[in-house]
Design a protein around this ligand. Structure first.
Ligand code: XMP
Length: 371
């Protein structure tokens, strides 16, 4: 059983010994891991810690402001707006790995500049066990996993990375967050990836897609909060797709395949596969059987359509999963009525959205995110 008190007693002397009188930078993404890591360091090192949040432009709507408010009296967070630079440099990129790698490059060179300006030689990160396990396993290049990938951060960016949560799993991080007195909004918060909405604007990144995704995600999160799902959000893809006769015959429903691809896991490795759509079916057991037939064909994510119109160029996906450790996950059985209600709201004010689907794939064979 994880005991936060003994955990702190164990890491405190190690951190004091390693950092000494030096200053250390903490970059917070708005997720539970990076915030908990920063607050832990603040408790141990006090004013030696410089906690910042970079507004990358890929944060959720009003995220920086909300996080700053939630941390009032707990952590003296500074917000740095670098959104124009991030968006300009990432616009037009389609490939998921390229996006992640480019994001990482901009992110860490920004941190490197801040560190140099402030004479700082250390950076604290909220990397947890699942991050490096999955990166080493080839599931994805988690943006914050550096040392484990053999990147020499001191040579590359001039700071040494400290990862006090590297051996903890999510539920242990939450327990630590509660022990450290973080508000419930943070300790029980659903995870939010470091590259943020960048990995939810699937396929080519454009400013228009990103702006729609930010608005839609706000609706999805708001309507699904308090329902005890482990993670819930929206994704956006271009809506071009074609009917696949062979898969439709096998699945016994019309199955369309999108031009855009998305990540999944097969065996222990990350795989890249197709995204499929199926019509609305009011029986999740039947849906599960159909998905099993479809995912035999190099398909990683299956979306069940819940709202369609003739006009528009984007498809929006709603994703909600239930999981213990985020290494495997089940899609949530949300009622069709509820999904339709959310979908109606999503399309109501947005003529560019052609359809809304609900992701009915578990992990594996899908990943939780699409990229
Ligand atoms: P997947 O999509 O691999 O996600 O099933 C598992 C968990 O990891 C989160 N995730 C990330 N978190 N940087 C992060 O900090 C990333 O690059 C990243 N990619 C995925 C995801 O949201 C889920 O909770």
């Amino acid at each position: 059983m994880f005991n936060p008190e003994s955990f702190i007693e164990e890491v405190k002397p190690q951190i004091l010994n390693e950092i000494g009188d030096e200053k250390i930078l903490a970059a917070i993404s708005g997720g539970v891991d990076s915030t908990t890591a920063a607050v832990l360091m603040y408790k141990i090192l006090g004013k030696q810690l410089l906690p910042i949040m970079i507004d990358t432009g890929f944060l959720r709507k009003n995220e920086a402001k909300k996080v700053k408010e939630m941390l009032t009296g707990i952590l003296p967070l500074q917000i740095l707006d670098k959104s124009d630079e991030f968006i300009t440099r990432l616009e037009g990129i389609s490939d998921a790995e390229e996006k992640r790698k480019k994001f990482r490059e901009i992110f860490y060179s920004t941190l490197s500049n801040i560190a140099k300006e402030n004479g700082i030689k250390y950076l604290v990160q909220g990397t947890i066990a699942a991050d490096w396990v999955e990166t080493q396993g080839g599931i994805k290049t988690q943006h914050n996993v550096l040392v484990q990938l053999g990147i020499n951060t001191e040579k590359e960016w001039g700071f040494k990375v400290i990862e006090p949560l590297a051996d903890l799993y999510k539920d242990e991080v939450r327990a630590l967050a509660r022990y450290l007195g973080l508000p419930k909004e943070i300790s029980e918060r659903q995870p939010f990836p470091g590259p943020g909405l960048l990995i939810r604007v699937v396929g080519k990144l454009t400013k228009e897609k990103l702006d729609i995704e930010r608005e839609v995600n706000e609706i999805v999160e708001d309507r699904l909060k308090g329902m005890e799902y482990s993670q819930y959000f929206s994704v956006i893809i271009d809506s071009q797709k074609v009917l696949d006769e062979r898969i439709s015959t096998e699945a016994k429903v019309p199955v369309y395949i999108y031009d855009t691809r998305a990540t999944g896991v097969k065996g222990d490795v990350r795989s890249y596969g197709k995204i499929a759509s199926i019509p609305e079916i009011d029986d999740y057991e039947k849906v599960r059987e159909i998905v099993q037939r479809i995912t035999k064909y190099d398909v990683t994510h299956v979306g069940m359509l819940i709202n369609e119109k003739d006009e528009g160029k984007y498809s929006v996906g709603i994703r909600a999963v239930i999981t213990q450790d985020f290494m495997t996950a089940d899609f949530a059985k949300i009622s069709l009525d509820k999904l339709k209600e959310i979908a109606c709201e999503i399309v109501k004010n947005n003529k560019e959205i052609k359809e809304v689907f609900y992701d009915v794939t578990s992990k594996p064979p899908a990943t939780i995110e699409y990229e």
